[in-house]
Design a protein around this ligand. Sequence first.
Ligand code: FAD
Length: 141
Amino acid sequence: MLVRCLYASRAVEPIAVGALDRILEKSRKNNFPRGVTGLLCYSNGTFVQALEGGREIVSDLLGTIYSDNRHSGLQVLMFEEIAERHFGNWSMGRVNLDTVNSASLLKYSIRAELNPFNMPGSATLALLMELAAAGSIASRG
Ligand code: FAD
């Protein structure tokens, strides 16, 4: 049974590029053998991550990520059974918001900034799908 989980959280302190790279590197190393795919986006202290894979595996991984003390206030925006993956090309892709047209953000939010806590989960998912389709994923892994 395939599922997709979408969550948002807040970094406990600003994440430097190197620290984000380390999270992505570890994620790719762990996710690939488990058949987990997805995207991770970090902007202004906010994380948004989409995880796709087997229900038990994604549930376990969410528990691990929830306990990670580099972030807090994790809110699950969406957890659904899916027929197919949207982000199957990435063992964990990084969304590069620097390259994103502000119109894409404004399409789904009140301001041209990432604020998943004030958006429906479906809108955040739609934004990630649009960014993936527009080639705004910095690295595939
Ligand atoms: P290790 O890497 O050995 O880590 C052991 C423990 O140390 C863990 O509890 C970990 O939380 C903590 N830790 C490790 N490095 C640091 C550090 N630099 N600072 C503080 N604490 C640290 N993991 C995945 O496998 N897949 C993902 O998709 C994924 N996404 C993540 C998204 C976010 C926003 C964050 C913050 C973390 C994510 N992680 C992901 C990392 C995850 O929370 C665990 O750290 C990781 O899975 C543990 O890997 P490991 O079992 O090899 O243990």
